[in-house]
Design a protein around this ligand. Structure first.
Ligand SMILES: *[C@@H]1O[C@H](CO)[C@@H](O)[C@H](O)[C@H]1NC(C)=O
Ligand SMILES: *[C@@H]1O[C@H](CO)[C@@H](O)[C@H](O)[C@H]1NC(C)=O
Ligand SMILES: *[C@@H]1O[C@H](CO)[C@@H](O)[C@H](O)[C@H]1NC(C)=O
Ligand SMILES: *[C@@H]1O[C@H](CO)[C@@H](O)[C@H](O)[C@H]1NC(C)=O
Ligand SMILES: *[C@@H]1O[C@H](CO)[C@@H](O)[C@H](O)[C@H]1NC(C)=O
Ligand SMILES: *[C@@H]1O[C@H](CO)[C@@H](O)[C@H](O)[C@H]1NC(C)=O
Ligand SMILES: *[C@@H]1O[C@H](CO)[C@@H](O)[C@H](O)[C@H]1NC(C)=O
Ligand SMILES: *[C@@H]1O[C@H](CO)[C@@H](O)[C@H](O)[C@H]1NC(C)=O
Length: 486
């Protein structure tokens, strides 16, 4: 796989990760999908290739929900997927589980825990694709949609949330399901969308399960090096010597790279697929490997322990670079049977929808690692990001001002740093796990799941059960059913 990535998917992962890595050292279910997100793979065959019982539809969606300029009346085809298999129907006011699509084609995201929720609660499954991803392209095609900042300008989380609100309302109406409670479910950026949907449209969404959603990772709420501190702790908890080796390796890479033929030596030591032209690229790539290992440190792979065991387990006398190279090989992106290590290229791509979001509102502060972490620096600190975004898209980041405003009847789950870690109220509930990986709870149950994961999902089921029961209790005492739910 290493050879076929474009960098784009890696960056997305990263930023997401960032987004969440911090959230949990966790694993997002379609992780392999993320890694496969090359151009050719993102093309989904619009309405086919779905498992049985899942059917995709088009919805004629409003391009711009927030003004009445004539051109904002334009529409585009938005993809959504329904599965009626478990649904009790409108008359039983059975719930509707809405998967808030994120930065992937929706067809990558349709299995997992949400299906178990639908089965458990006789729910309807509704998956909505995020605008500018998969087949849901404004202006008719990716080429047109990604043309310039004017066409990209309709891509924002705020527009996406309004899409979801409108589509949910319309689907409910068509199914005469106005009385059915809606539970939003999402992970990582999708989890942010789920929680924001509940916050902004409380009359449409009864509750939200937001897994590894770093909604606090903006502005000055979280320290700039927070992400790297979390990753560092994961490694350090596993092994102090692994942490020390990594921490010392950056200087060593610079030292070796600086001498004559040094880059050649580094290319050989790290078995790179093509000759290195800078030490920075190598350091950025290796940093990415550690970050991904921590973010997706899920059982049974447990990448942090794999990488650190390789680093610590080299023969006596192996030098620092030899140890770090062994760690790279043992990693998800590493050698492991591959002939060489493909070194990712940290460039923002002006044809990437996620990179556009990274350059506009989804600006997560990921500054230099600083002395407290095992990282040296990061290619996208905020100043650097601003310069890069101006060069690539001609825009300046304008971070989303989402803050900790948890008024009202909001209900969702979060885990780990940059996420909400403690209950805010009886109805804003945090389900925190010390173990775990990015969005791990949203993956399908498996007999090999550790006890803490089983317990976490059970707790989530109980909370959702409570929401639905409470909603239905209020519904039964209200004559005008469709006014209930806020
Ligand atoms: C849905 O919209 C896409 C994009 O416009 C189009 O390619 C596809 O044929 C449509 N499918 C249906 C069933 O209308
Ligand atoms: C639901 O209830 C309505 C009104 O009582 C009735 O007309 C309709 O047939 C019922 N639908 C189902 C699927 O039972
Ligand atoms: C991407 O870069 C190309 C070449 O510089 C330019 O023509 C295009 O408009 C850019 N696209 C966006 C979305 O900025
Ligand atoms: C983007 O492209 C459209 C269509 O070609 C054009 O009308 C518009 O002026 C362009 N916008 C920018 C900012 O270049
Ligand atoms: C609801 O039904 C109308 C009329 O058949 C249709 O145009 C619309 O696309 C449907 N909405 C959804 C979300 O399926
Ligand atoms: C890493 O993997 C490559 C490719 O399999 C191999 O040639 C190299 O010797 C390995 N390096 C280390 C340090 O294990
Ligand atoms: C970080 O370490 C460097 C070199 O060891 C030192 O000069 C610097 O003051 C330290 N910075 C902080 C914030 O501690
Ligand atoms: C951002 O930082 C990277 C790595 O330090 C550097 O290679 C790149 O030139 C910087 N980009 C800008 C636009 O300053």
């Amino acid at each position: 796989m290493g050879l076929q990535f474009s960098f784009q998917p890696l960056l997305s992962i990263l930023l997401l990760l960032l987004v969440t890595a911090t959230c949990v050292s966790a694993t997002y279910p379609p992780m392999s999908m993320r890694f496969h997100r090359t151009k050719s793979v993102t093309k989904t065959d619009s309405l086919v290739d779905l498992p049985p019982d899942f059917v995709a539809y088009n919805y004629t969606q409003t391009l711009d929900h927030f003004n009445y300029n004539p051109e904002s009346y334009a529409t585009f085809q938005q993809k959504y997927v329904l599965n009626f298999k478990y649904w009790g129907g409108p008359n039983t006011s059975s719930p509707i589980f809405v998967y808030t699509g994120a930065e992937d084609p929706i067809t990558f995201q349709i299995t997992g825990f949400i299906v178990e929720l639908a089965s458990r609660f006789n729910g309807l499954l509704l998956y909505i694709e995020h605008r500018y991803y998969g087949d849901s392209m404004p202006f008719g095609s990716e080429d047109e949609a990604f043309k310039n900042a004017s066409t990209f300008g309709y891509l924002s989380s705020t527009q996406a949330l309004a899409d979801y609100a409108q589509l949910i309302t319309d689907v409910k109406k068509n199914l005469s399901a106005e009385n059915c409670p809606v539970i939003a479910v999402g992970g990582s950026y999708g989890g942010m969308l789920s929680s924001w949907l509940r916050l902004k449209y409380p009359h449409i969404v009864t509750g939200a399960l937001a897994s590894s959603a770093p909604i606090l990772y903006f502005d000055d709420i979280t320290p700039q090096n927070g992400y790297h501190v979390v990753v560092t702790n994961d490694f350090r908890e596993y092994s102090e010597s692994c942490y020390n080796t990594i921490k010392q390796s950056w200087n060593e890479i610079d030292r070796v790279g600086a001498v004559a033929n040094g880059l050649q030596d580094l290319s050989r030591i790290f078995s790179t697929c093509s000759p290195l032209d800078s030490t920075q690229k190598l350091k950025d790539h290796i940093s990415l490997v550690y970050v991904i290992s921590a973010q997706y440190d899920n059982p049974p792979e447990n990448w942090v322990s794999k990488v650190c065991s390789a680093i610590d387990g080299t023969p006596q006398g192996t030098d620092i670079l030899g140890r770090v190279a062994a760690g790279l090989n043992a990693s998800f992106l590493g050698g492991g049977g591959r002939p060489c290590n493909y070194i990712s290229d940290f460039k923002l791509n002006n044809k990437s929808a996620w990179d556009w979001q990274t350059c506009t509102e989804m600006v997560m502060p990921i500054g230099h690692g600083g002395n407290d972490t095992m990282f040296e620096a990061w290619p996208f600190d905020l100043n650097n990001l601003t310069r890069t975004c101006q060069a690539v898209f001609g825009v300046t980041p304008r971070p989303h001002w989402i803050t900790t405003e948890f008024g009202g009847h909001v209900s969702f789950f979060f885990k780990h740093l940059h996420c909400v870690l403690q209950d805010i109220s009886d109805t804003v509930v945090a389900v925190y796990t010390n173990e775990g990986a990015h969005g791990l709870d949203l993956s399908s149950s498996s007999p090999s799941d550790p006890d803490w994961l089983v317990a976490q999902r059970d707790k989530e089921i109980k909370i959702i059960q409570f929401w639905i029961a409470e909603y239905n209790a209020r519904l039964s005492t209200t004559k005008i059913g469709n006014k209930v739910g806020s």
